[in-house]
Design a binder for this molecule. Structure first.
Ligand code: ADP
Length: 668
């Protein structure tokens, strides 16, 4: 076994590999780009080397920089993770030349499976069933058109060098074929520098079922059963599980045997995955083989009790497989959900930004979280926006599913948009519970999985308002204790006001709609006027910052997170974000003091909404200041004229600086 390994990757998979290495007493070396200097994988490794700027091309894909880090650290082996250089035969060769073990298959196997077309040729010879189609060398459009007619429609054009669903086109008729062929070629050429394609019959309701295989350098090959990865968006997996729901033992054995034959056909060593399409009639067809560890490998680990990274390290060190086929058995059921910073409502567009708040479900025998980020980390434009993999296990599928729903409900992320709610909708869908899976699942259930955004409920508005009120009381109390006269009535936040009616308004923006909540101060709580009626609320903030609320007699626990000028209310697995239309609207205690026309803290002017000479009504937003990544709106304390603007957008202001002056009946 190796004393030291280098992990040529980042994020959750780098952390995942480090965890196993640590357990085995192996020293770990991380590499990092400019963007990852403080990343979790760097913190976890025993040693770390900077390898270049943020773009992957200039760092994680730079073979020479990684080899240099390996030489400097004395690492004897390199684990490539997945993605990046994991299926790069030249990199594997460079490792061999430098006398460093590449923790992966022999270069010949990587090359053989590198092209989907060539892989199909090999598999055909090995007797592995293929989807009817054309995967030959000829690429002239006329010939491919004839082949398309022969295969029939619908038909799928795939990039031979493809991956990640790129260069893929579904063609429904002969008339569409030429245009789709041309566009698939362009996309493949741009993405892979290789515009060759293959044609396949398009199965209309297939399942994606893949077999985990493992081989050592002594000629032993086993499979570790199947994973069902049918829940996909844009031909990419989002939920995976093992075993596949409804899988018959005879079919499992048949597919396992085919996968082992595939691995043997290319002299495989290490971890690999043979991907199949499983048709409704039980026929299965080889799609491709991935010559690396897969993202979804944890579900296999959970049902077999094996550590596949340990297996990889042992195989790479020349050891025989830890066990044979007959020693492997399926125990229970596991499901993985990929939590991404992306917006399901906007076609799963990646969302970048700060993970301002992150709270994860408790881990244990039933819940596992593989992640590479912590609260405060950034999801950047440079890398895959996956935040974490949430893996659950139980003795049966129903149990695993219940745990998945609960864990997703407990997963809190604020700062970037995530797919957590969407995953929760899939997990709660009756068709998913029934195991009625195929690759068209998300499309078919679109109406259920992408509900129209609903306005904030009274309950959400009540929780948001109560949280703001309690926090303001806390702040005021702290400020009072810090001041010279803690008992001054001017510090009171009970709405007490000389000759004033004791109520305030809180203005929210829900999507684009302005919503007003009126707060009446009552002994021990607040009476809220909400869109749907009035509600008496009270509560407290617990030490973790959670809101323990009493909403008209119902005790409710929720988390309300303020980030910038937004409030995210999380309760019962649902999350709703509101913008605070005017954060100072409830600071009534300051009224009559000339208003907050000074900067409450040092910051930067990010918006100016008025012009000198403009007449403004009370409460009108005048300027927005950004400080500590939060936005603060400066509003008009009363009706009047804007006399002077002292700063423009982009100006930096110090605390207490006069931002603008107002003229009016009370004077500037
Ligand atoms: P990539 O390597 O780009 O991810 P794959 O060949 O692995 O592409 O296919 C990705 C997904 O596309 C599959 O999981 C499946 O959902 C769908 N797919 C691929 N081939 C077919 C086919 N012949 N018929 C129907 N769906 C297919």
């Amino acid at each position: 076994m190796f004393d030291t390994i280098l992990i040529a990757n980042r994020g959750e998979i780098a952390c995942r590999v480090i965890r196993t290495a640590r357990r085995l007493g192996i020293r770990t070396v991380a590499v990092y780009s400019d963007a990852d200097a403080t990343a979790l994988h760097v913190a976890m490794a025993d040693e770390a080397y900077h390898i270049g700027p943020a773009p992957a091309r200039e760092s994680y894909l730079k073979a020479d920089a990684i080899m240099e880090a390996a030489a400097r650290s004395g690492a004897r082996a390199i684990h490539p993770g997945y993605g990046f250089l994991s299926e790069n035969a030249e990199f594997a060769e460079a490792c061999a030349k430098a006398g460093i073990v590449f923790i992966g298959p022999p270069t010949g196997a990587i090359r053989a499976m590198g092209s989907k077309s060539a892989a199909k040729g090999i598999m055909e010879k090995a007797g592995v069933p293929l989807v009817p189609g054309y995967h030959g060398e000829r690429q002239d459009p006329e010939f491919l058109g004839e082949e398309a007619e022969r295969i029939g429609f619908p038909l799928l054009i795939k990039a031979s060098a493809g991956g990640g669903g790129k260069g893929m086109r579904v063609v429904r008729s002969a008339a569409e074929f030429p245009d789709f062929l041309a566009s698939a070629r362009r996309e493949a050429g741009a993405a892979f520098g290789d515009d060759r394609v293959l044609l396949e019959k398009y199965l209309t309701k297939p399942r994606h079922v893949e077999i985990q295989v493992f081989a050592d350098s002594h000629g032993n090959v086993v499979h570790l059963f199947e994973r069902d990865c049918s829940i996909q968006r844009r031909h990419q997996k989002v939920l995976e599980e093992a075993p596949a729901p409804g899988m018959k033992q005879t079919l499992r054995e048949k597919m396992g045997k085919a996968a082992v034959a595939a691995a043997r056909a290319i002299g495989y060593v290490g971890a690999g995955t043979v991907e199949f399409l499983l048709d409704e009639d039980g026929s299965f067809y080889f799609m491709e083989m991935n010559t690396r560890l897969q993202v979804e490998h944890p579900v296999t680990e959970m049902i077999t009790g094996q550590d596949l990274v340990e297996w990889q390290l042992r195989a790479a060190a020349g050891e025989p497989l830890p066990c044979g086929q007959k020693d492997l058995a399926i125990g229970g059921h596991a499901i993985e959900a990929r939590i991404y910073a992306e917006d399901p409502a906007r076609d799963f567009l990646p969302s970048i930004g700060l993970l301002a708040h992150m709270r994860t479900p408790a881990e244990g025998a039933n819940v596992r979280i593989d992640t590479g980020v912590r609260q405060g980390d950034e999801v950047s434009i440079y890398y895959d926006p996956m935040v974490a993999k949430l893996i659950v296990w139980d003795t049966d599928r129903a149990g695993a599913l219940r745990r998945l729903r609960k864990a997703l409900a407990d997963y809190q992320v604020v700062g970037v948009t995530t797919n957590i709610g969407f995953l929760g909708s899939v997990a709660a869908h009756p068709a998913f519970a029934a195991g009625d899976l195929d690759t068209g699942f998300i499309e078919r259930h679109r109406a259920d999985l992408f509900p129209d955004p609903r306005p904030a409920s009274d309950r959400t508005l009540a929780l948001a308002s109560l949280d703001m009120l309690l926090r303001r009381t806390d702040e005021a109390r702290r400020a009072a204790w810090a001041s010279l006269d803690p008992y001054s009535p001017w510090h009171l936040t009970s709405g007490w006001r000389l000759n004033f009616d004791n109520h305030h308004h809180i203005y929210f923006l829900d999507a684009e709609e302005k919503v007003t909540v009126t707060v009446h101060y009552r002994p021990g709580g607040y009476l809220l006027d909400l869109p749907g009626g009035t509600l008496f609320v009270r509560g407290e903030l617990d030490p973790a910052g959670d809101l323990l609320a009493d909403l008209g007699g119902a005790r409710v626990k929720s988390t309300v997170v303020r980030h910038g000028s937004t409030l995210t209310v999380m309760e019962r697995g649902r999350s709703h974000t509101l913008a605070i239309h005017d954060p100072y609207a409830i600071t009534g205690a300051e009224e009559g003091t000339g208003g907050r026309l000074t900067a409450p803290m040092p910051g930067k002017v990010v918006a100016v909404m008025v012009e000198p000479g403009e007449k403004v009504e009370k409460g009108r937003p005048l300027m927005v200041l950004e400080a500590m990544k939060m936005e603060h709106t400066i509003t008009a304390p009363r009706e009047g004229l804007v006399a002077r603007l002292n700063f423009a957008v982009g100006s930096l202001v110090s605390e207490g600086a006069e931002l603008l002056a107002m003229a009016g009946e009370e004077g500037g």
